[in-house]
Ligand binder design. Structure first.
Ligand code: HDD
Length: 704
């Protein structure tokens, strides 16, 4: 099969002598080169393996005559091109994946029989895909949106897919509402916009009529929805699952991914600008991190609890709009995931990977969460549509890495039908094929179930505001401000005033101050009368530090990026000292200059630039430095992109290092130096500056 795939290696006839190229450019001058392929270059063939003599011109009746239908090479090439696209995912269309491994660091055989968790040090391969939800495949990375966090574990007992998000709760409680939610969130059907954003009437119309969404809306209006990097966000399995041990004893479990890089997000103003400057900001970041060997890593944690806890907990553990605070059930770390290999081909792997929540392995089971139950149908169904048939497990990225034996056969694109005569079971043939294993095979937890058959929502799902309020009060003041700003921004894009007001009328149940700020930001005449809640009273739950990003930051500059804006004539030692300090801290440096050719230092060394100033606004960096001579700074002061580079870094509360001589630019940018701006000169200055940058932002500036 592999041999039938056309090689992507440039063929001899596109990369040989000038004479060939010249002939190829002029149809009719004998494009059919007779040259041998270069040593080591493979021969270009059709998909049928027929060698190709000319890949530049169609077959014609005479140099200026009509093209001939007989040209099977041309027809095959165009036919295949016409069929290159498959339907993009109906949600989570834009995503980025990488390979790696999962390693158990704390074995839990007492809790689960899952093979991968039986022994400390056991490793299984994984493929992870991160995504935005609402935008189409080509949408920008920094949309305000939930991020998908899907991991396929290729275990010895088959594939386990943990298909989660970077937010531990969901908008809706019952899968019945999913198509409505997604229709409302995506572009409006008549006009086909807005793309990749919820800042429009349909979304807020729907949400304001769905009180159960209020908790998740608080998360999506928080900075969780604009992560700095896919490496700096948490992941959550969201639902309550079940662990089952070898004795058949069950426990409930919630899954958490904790990023080694710590939590970090961008500001909304940065997100808007990053989307223009580098719409691929997140995928580029993952690609580069793996290339540099700074492998993205997360710890896998579990919250494990029993029926007694479930019965005593304030909310229903089957309700996906609720979380269990870490203070109530601590997260126990049991493993780590390291992504250490990029894909070879985006389409083959990232696009064709098919996650299904139904993929679980012995030792793990579902619960009756009605959202999860609905998902178990949807994913299998959607993969069949996307990948064209029932054999998508034959695609290498989806194929289990353990032996598989079954009687399924035929269908579109069947790659490996079972051999032999027996294709049914039971059978009496000597080589009768595989048999079920009652001992080691997957068995559902024998939960007793009874009840009336009704379309109904449990009463225990009725409190929609208490955890929304808990989330809000768990944030720092800066984070609370961001949430109010986000709500004002989104609702200001809503055209119909009644929708705005209907949404704001939920907020008094969450926080009176939040309601006031948003009503004021929208220019309403006071806070509208609050909706009648489905359940009274709304409980005052204690704040939980685990819910804040800023309380869980990294406190170092590892994996972060510093943009150094340089001019000709700068001191070599100052530049080298700063670069060394950043590298020592595990960070990355990008040199930004007026010209991509770079600058010449005082010592006469040419320093090439990674970015030209117009293409590298400071939003692309975690911290910036201006290394300029007096003349250089004067020249930069004349440049709008240089002034905004500095002014934006300042406005975004970034740490800024600068030479004394950078003064003219600082003035021109309208920046009033504060403690977040540090002078650079001696080597020790650079070290102190990079250490300060570990706090990531100088929030004091914003508080002012
Ligand atoms: Fe979903 C994709 C996560 C609810 C139906 N979902 C999808 C992906 C992620 C999630 C990460 C992308 C997987 C990938 O990278 O290929 N979805 C969630 C979470 C949910 C959730 C965390 C709630 C807890 N989803 C949900 C419901 C339904 C779906 C309730 C339908 C009843 N989701 C789908 C889907 C998708 C999908 C239509 C689209 C593409 C795909 O499955 O592979 O089946």
């Amino acid at each position: 099969m592999d041999q039938a795939i056309p090689s992507n290696t440039p063929s001899a006839d596109t990369q040989s002598t000038d004479e060939t190229v010249e002939r190829d450019r002029h149809p009719g001058t004998g494009g059919e080169t007779q040259q041998r392929p270069e040593k080591g270059a493979e021969r270009l063939t059709t998909a049928q393996g027929i060698p190709v003599s000319d890949n530049q011109n169609t077959l014609k009746a005479g140099p200026r005559g009509p093209s001939l239908l007989e040209d099977f090479h041309f027809r095959e090439k165009i036919f295949h091109f016409d069929h290159e696209r498959i339907p993009e995912r109906v949600v989570h269309a834009r995503g980025y994946g990488a390979h790696g491994y999962f390693e158990t660091t704390d074995a839990i055989p007492d809790l689960t029989a899952a093979h991968l968790f039986q022994e400390k040090g056991r490793r299984v391969p994984v493929f992870a895909r991160f995504s935005t939800v609402a935008g189409n495949m080509g949408s920008p990375d920094l949309a305000r949106d939930v991020r998908g966090f899907a991991v396929k574990f290729y275990t010895e007992d088959g594939n386990w897919d943990l298909v989660g998000n970077n937010i531990p709760v969901f908008f809706i409680q019952d899968a019945m509402k999913f198509p409505d939610l997604i229709h409302a969130a995506k572009q409006e059907p008549d006009r086909g916009f807005p793309q990749a954003q919820t800042a429009h009437d349909n979304f807020w119309d729907f949400i304001s009529l769905m009180p159960e969404a209020m908790h998740m809306v608080m998360w999506t209006m928080s900075d969780r929805a604009i992560p700095r990097s896919l490496r700096t966000m948490e992941g959550f399995g969201v639902h309550t699952f079940r662990f089952v041990n070898a004795d058949g004893k069950g426990h409930f479990v919630k899954f958490h991914w904790k990023p080694k890089a710590g939590l970090q997000s961008v500001l909304w103003d940065e997100a808007v600008k990053i989307n223009g400057a580098d719409p691929d900001f997140h995928r580029r970041d993952i690609w580069n991190a793996i290339e540099m060997g700074d492998f993205p890593e997360w710890e896998l944690g579990v919250q494990v609890f029993d029926d007694d806890f479930a019965d005593s907990f304030e909310f229903d553990i089957l309700d996906a709009t609720k979380l269990i605070p870490e203070e109530q059930v601590p997260v126990r770390i049991i493993g780590r995931m390291v992504l250490d290999r990029r894909v070879d081909n985006f389409f083959a792997e990232t696009e064709q990977v098919a996650f299904c929540t139904q993929n679980i392995v012995p030792g793990i089971d579902f619960t009756n969460d009605p959202l999860l139950q609905g998902r178990n149908f949807s994913y299998l169904d959607t993969q069949t549509k996307r990948l064209g048939g029932p054999n998508f497990t034959h695609i290498p990225i989806n194929a289990p890495r353990c032996p598989m034996h079954h009687f399924q056969q035929d269908g579109h694109m069947a790659m490996h039908n079972p051999k032999g005569r027996a294709n049914y079971e039971p059978n009496g043939w000597a080589q009768g094929g595989p048999r079920a294993d009652p001992k080691a095979g997957f068995r559902s937890f024998p939960e007793e179930v009874e009840g009336e058959k009704r379309k109904v929502r449990s009463e225990t799902f009725a409190d929609h505001y208490s955890q929304a309020r808990q989330f809000y009060i768990s944030q720092t003041a800066v984070e609370q401000d961001h949430m109010a700003d986000a709500l004002v921004f989104e609702l200001s894009k809503v055209v119909v005033p009644e929708i705005r007001e209907r949404m704001v009328a939920h907020l008094p149940h969450i926080d009176a101050d939040l309601a006031r700020k948003v009503a004021d930001g929208l220019g309403l005449d006071g806070v509208p009368k609050a909706h009648e809640p489905a359940r009274q009273p709304i409980t005052d739950l204690p704040a939980s530090d685990a819910l804040s990003i800023l309380k869980n930051g990294p406190d170092n500059f590892a994996g972060r990026k510093m943009g150094i804006l340089v001019t000709d004539g700068i001191d070599d030692a100052a530049l080298d000292g700063l670069k060394d300090a950043v590298t020592e801290a595990g960070g990355i440096v990008e040199i930004v200059a007026q010209k991509v050719g770079g600058v010449v230092t005082a010592g006469g060394k040419r320093v090439p630039a990674d970015q030209k100033i117009d293409g590298a606004p400071s939003v692309l960096y975690d911290a910036v430095a201006i290394l300029a001579t007096a003349d250089g700074a004067k020249a930069l002061a004349e440049l709008h992109p240089a002034r905004t580079f500095l002014a934006d870094a300042f406005a975004h509360a970034k740490f800024i290092g600068h030479t004394q001589e950078a003064e003219p630019l600082i003035k021109a940018a309208g920046v009033k130096p504060d403690d977040g701006m540090m002078a650079l000169g001696a080597a020790k200055d650079a070290k102190a500056f990079v250490k300060a940058c570990g706090a990531l932002r100088f929030w004091t500036r914003m508080e002012k």
